[in-house]
Ligand binder design. Structure first.
Ligand code: DGL
Length: 287
């Protein structure tokens, strides 16, 4: 819906769970007038250990759910889904799609002329998406990408950053990265900014931590300004999860750094039905 030059249709954002809230937080800081509908597919997290075909199917279903709200743009706030499915989504969805990998890679290249490390899920690392995005811009760039599969379950479980188990797991994953001595380290999973303090402690103060969340939020705002689609609404956030809503709300508040408001559950069975099945389930009557 466009009123007086403002486009107050929502921005749709999805992730496999809580991690995409790091993108929502950055978006709300930069564009407080935007209404956001968020889907966290907590029932099927993690995506990062699943096959490409499965992640693509999940991403298609997540995006189809968000289309019910007539969004002006969809943010794939999940590196794993971005690596696997962003081109397919961009080709098939009737709205603009923003991923988290290109903005994250661009932010890392802007932060340093030196070595760049990337930590991400197994599937993101195996896809080579960050390595390609970084070396396409600068073929001589030294890049090391490391998979950290336990970090997503650790975040989804609500573990504190100072928890010895968290530090133990991180020390193990970051050993080779510490030897590589990057000047910038891309947190290539939207869950990882929630462990940024602990990661920063292990990597040392000279390493810039690059959150693709902030860079993605900036990319979204630039896109909306360029297309004249900035909203001037109330900045409402409506969250959906495919698992327990109370748990999502409690952890989202604690880790997302923002009040996630009322959280509703949508079953994965409903996501798996064709999008048309929920015709009439619009932003207006869902909030
Ligand atoms: N936050 C996701 C990412 O950015 C999730 C990973 C997962 O579900 O494994 O990759």
């Amino acid at each position: 819906m466009t009123h007086d030059g403002a486009d107050n249709r929502p921005i749709g954002v999805f992730d496999s769970g809580l991690g995409g809230l790091t993108v929502v937080r950055e978006l709300r800081r930069r564009a407080p007038g935007e209404t956001i509908v968020y889907l966290g597919d907590s029932a099927r997290v993690p995506y990062g250990t699943k096959s490409l075909a499965t992640v693509r199917r999940f991403a298609r279903e997540d995006a189809a759910f968000l289309l019910r709200f007539d969004p002006k743009l969809i943010v794939v706030a999940c590196n794993t889904a971005s690596a696997a499915a962003v081109d397919m989504l961009a080709e098939t969805l009737p709205v603009d799609v923003v991923d988290v990998i290109r903005p994250g890679a661009a932010a890392a290249l802007a932060a340093t002329d030196g070595r760049i490390g990337v930590i991400a899920t197994e599937s993101t690392v195996a896809s080579g998406a960050y390595q390609r995005a970084l070396t396409a811009a600068d073929a001589a760039r030294e890049v090391l990408a490391a998979a950290c599969p336990l970090l997503v379950p650790i975040v989804e479980e609500g573990r504190d950053e100072d928890d010895p188990i968290v530090l133990h797991v991180l020390s193990d994953y970051l050993r080779d990265m510490q030897r590589f001595r990057p000047e910038a380290l891309v947190l290539g999973c939207t869950h990882y900014p929630l462990l940024a303090r602990a990661i920063g402690k292990l990597m040392g103060p000279k390493v810039s931590l690059i959150s693709s969340a902030a860079a993605t939020a900036e990319a979204v705002c630039r896109r909306l300004v360029a297309s004249g689609q900035i909203g001037d609404g109330s900045g409402a956030l409506q969250c959906y999860t495919t698992d327990d809503a109370a748990r999502f709300a409690a952890l989202g508040r604690r880790f997302g750094g923002c009040d996630v408001g009322t959280v509703r559950t949508v079953g994965t069975d409903e996501l798996e039905r064709p999008a048309a099945a929920a015709a009439g389930d619009t932003w207006e009557n869902a909030s």
